[in-house]
Write a new protein. Structure first.
Length: 72
């Protein structure tokens, strides 16, 4: 997760504080886009894991509610 944030931070730093995308033209833009894209790709599994954990907790709450109230 930290590596993903680092890639995004480096990409944004290159855009904001350097002339990489101007000096290197298309290659500079591709480099920056690749860094930011790789960072977002590395952050994606974290979001999936958190979503699955939240879904599991919700299922456990529903099961507990059904067991405590048999007339529902």
């Amino acid at each position: 997760m930290a590596i993903g944030f680092l890639f995004i931070f480096i990409g944004l730093w290159l855009i904001l504080f350097t002339d990489t995308y101007i000096k290197h033209g298309v290659e500079g833009v591709l480099l920056i886009a690749g860094l930011i894209g790789a960072g977002l790709f590395l952050l994606l599994p974290v979001k999936i894991i958190l979503t699955l954990q939240l879904m599991k907790k919700n299922d456990e709450k529903l099961i507990a509610a059904r067991e405590s109230n048999p007339f529902h």
